[in-house]
Design a protein around this ligand. Structure first.
Ligand SMILES: NC(=O)c1ccc[n+]([C@@H]2O[C@H](COP(=O)([O-])OP(=O)(O)OC[C@H]3O[C@@H](n4cnc5c(N)ncnc54)[C@H](OP(=O)(O)O)[C@@H]3O)[C@@H](O)[C@H]2O)c1
Length: 228
């Protein structure tokens, strides 16, 4: 039977690489969700198993998802990859910066999962994409108070969801990624480069999405070469 994967944050960077890798998986239909619908339409037009949909985590989530998934009964894999990074000194963070960070990085993810719950109940794997900066005990970077703390909330939510739904068939895990060379990384840290590109990271994410829920639930996995 055909399986269904949903990638939120699918227009560029890691999400785009994930969509391309999923596109080559037999018997898999992929829903690619992001705001930049023109780019996704261009990118994915030649793949009959990918459908691109406008979706904004800052707007009415329930109405958008009801439209997108009106003909979809079940979702096997949900990858919450969208992220918003503001790099600013804490004293300069505006209320808009804080709200945008938390809405995109955690509240919107929670609302998305709430809306999609009825389609996840047959044994689905939800994978939340967080950051090493949100992982306790790792090196922290000045300027990332809004971003990393909102990603830490996503980490904590993963553990809480897994506890609350442990008797259901839904499994949820969270990957805390280290630096990946993407537009987000280049915009936030123009003075740095990193050896890991989005295709490398997507390869690991896809493997994890397909398999990890057979062995783990509510787990927070650091995915990084750096120490500690
Ligand atoms: N790159 C890194 O070094 C790194 C490290 C640790 C963790 N991460 C995490 O990995 C994920 C992917 O990062 P990336 O580097 O690939 O970032 P990116 O290049 O900025 O891509 C982010 C994706 O999220 C989507 N997005 C942003 N705001 C959205 C919104 N309001 N509604 C719906 N979609 C939205 C963007 O699409 P649209 O603009 O079209 O909506 C884009 O497809 C993020 O969660 C990020 O926090 C990245």
């Amino acid at each position: 039977m055909n399986k269904i994967a949903v990638v939120v944050g699918a227009s560029r960077g890691i999400g785009r690489s994930v969509v391309y890798q999923l596109a080559n998986t037999p018997h898999l239909t992929v829903y690619a969700l992001s705001r930049n619908i023109d780019k996704m339409d261009r990118e994915y037009a030649s793949f009959p198993n990918i459908s691109a949909h406008y979706f904004d985590l800052q707007k009415g989530i329930s109405d958008q998802l009801s439209d997108i998934f009106s003909n979809c009964q079940q979702i096997d894999f949900l990858i919450n990859n969208a992220g918003y990074l503001v790099n600013k000194p804490f004293s300069e963070l505006s209320s808009e910066d804080l709200h945008r960070s938390y809405q995109t990085n955690v509240i919107g993810v929670m609302q998305t999962i709430q809306c999609l719950l009825p389609k996840l109940t047959h044994g689905s794997h939800v994978v939340n994409i967080s950051s090493m900066g949100a992982f306790q005990g790792t090196v922290k970077f000045a300027g990332l108070a809004a971003y990393s703390s909102s990603k830490a909330a996503l980490v904590n939510f993963t553990e809480l969801f897994a506890e609350e739904f442990k008797s259901s068939k839904i499994k949820m895990n969270c990957l805390c990624l280290g630096a990946v060379q993407t537009e987000m990384f280049a915009e936030a840290f123009p003075e740095f480069t990193t050896a890991i590109n989005s295709d490398h990271m997507a390869e690991y994410i896809c493997r994890f999405v397909f398999d990890a829920h057979k062995w783990m639930n509510g787990k927070i996995i650091p995915v990084s070469m750096s120490t500690p």
